[in-house]
Design a protein around this ligand. Structure first.
Ligand code: NAX
Length: 332
């Protein structure tokens, strides 16, 4: 059979971790014939809970699962990993300043960057989920200079899936038939969910979403706000933040990256900007990407209208500000 792949999940004792590790162990991320060794990292206060997750993984007797390393030692956690899903971080608590949260996370991501750089497998693919996701990924990139930029990404597939879901609900079509929405920018409420290139497969062929939904108020205002605010709506309803949808999106992200996107279809990923679409090079910005042979590339040549341009720049501006804030934290 195949050699096992080592997958690191940080923050594995948390709620996304609890939804994510069984998906990985069932083959949702890397396929039904790919053996897995899970590396689970969390911090000392969560060590016992982490051990409990390990016990449940053993008790699940997943056929693909060949081993579980559960640890609070970041070096041991990173040893030889082929894929790293970075879910661990410091959450924003009520009354906390943005700078305080940023400062906690920049120091976590600076330290974990070095551990990955020194101990992960060559060509390890990294996905940052923990917020502020784009800026945590940026810090990881800057403090792990020997890891190729193309191997460091952040999660906006959840936002992408939320956008697909809203179109599917509105048109009452299966979500699998909705394609090519785009999430531009930051995984925050300034993100720009763009439907201008999105299509739906109908019995009469492929149709633009803008043709099927001839309601500009809904598309230009309600749809965008619903996707931007979906995380808050989930918290309000569940009293907990998105976990199963976030875990599912993390699996989608890695699966698309490793196995490729179907011809004519793109997904959204936070990746290092090369200046495409006039976005400041070096920022981790969500773009439409296609994947092939384990590598992503930014979809080129899409027409951008004035409305989109403004929204794409607004979210880029927020990311540039987050970058400055992160660096000012590192200097303190
Ligand atoms: P939880 O608080 O349930 O879990 C986080 C876990 O990380 C905890 O077990 C904690 O002990 C651990 N942790 C803290 N510092 C760590 C460190 N230095 N090393 C390793 N582990 C550490 O949060 P959860 O709901 O699971 O969310 C995890 C992260 O995902 C949060 O930052 C959250 O904001 C972010 N999200 C990002 C999304 C995205 O689409 N990019 C969507 C979902 C989610 O909100």
């Amino acid at each position: 059979g195949k050699e096992p792949i080592r997958v690191l999940v940080t923050g594995a004792a948390g709620q996304i971790g609890y939804a994510l590790v069984p998906m990985i162990a069932r083959g949702v991320m890397l396929g039904p014939d790919q053996p897995i060794i899970l590396h689970l990292l969390d911090i000392e206060p969560a060590a016992e809970a982490l051990e409990g997750v390990k016990m449940e993984l053993i008790d699940s007797a997943f056929p693909l699962l060949e081993g579980v390393v559960a640890t609070t030692d970041v070096i041991k956690a990173c040893e030889g990993v082929d894929i790293a899903i970075m879910v661990g971080g410091f959450p924003r608590k009520e009354g906390m300043e943005r700078k305080e949260v940023m400062s906690k996370n920049t120091s976590i991501y600076k330290a974990q960057a070095s551990a990955l750089e020194q101990h992960a497998a060559e060509n390890c693919k990294i996905l940052v989920v923990a917020n502020p996701a784009n800026t945590n990924a940026l810090i990881l990139k800057e403090f792990a200079p020997s890891i190729p930029e193309k191997n460091i990404t952040c999660l906006t597939q959840l936002d992408h899936n939320r956008a697909l879901g809203q179109i599917s609900e509105r048109l009452n079509v299966p979500v699998r038939d909705v394609k090519n929405v785009i999430i531009w920018g930051n995984h925050s409420s300034t993100q720009y969910p763009d439907v201008n290139h999105a299509t739906v497969i109908t019995s009469n062929g492929k149709k633009p979403v803008r043709e099927l939904i001839a309601d500009d108020y809904w598309l230009n205002s309600q749809f965008i706000a619903t996707v931007q605010q979906r995380g808050a709506a989930i918290i309000k309803a569940r009293k907990l933040s998105s976990a199963l949808s976030a875990a599912g999106a993390a699996c989608d992200h890695i699966r698309n990256w490793v196995f490729g996107t179907p011809k004519g279809t793109w997904v959204s990923m936070g990746v290092c900007s090369d200046g495409s679409y006039g976005i400041q090079p070096g920022l981790i910005y969500s773009f439409p990407v296609t994947c092939q042979n384990g590598e992503w590339s930014i979809v080129q040549g899409l027409k951008i209208n004035e409305f989109s341009r403004e929204k794409m720049d607004e979210t880029a501006k927020e990311l540039a500000e987050e970058k400055e804030l992160a660096y000012s934290c590192l200097k303190d």
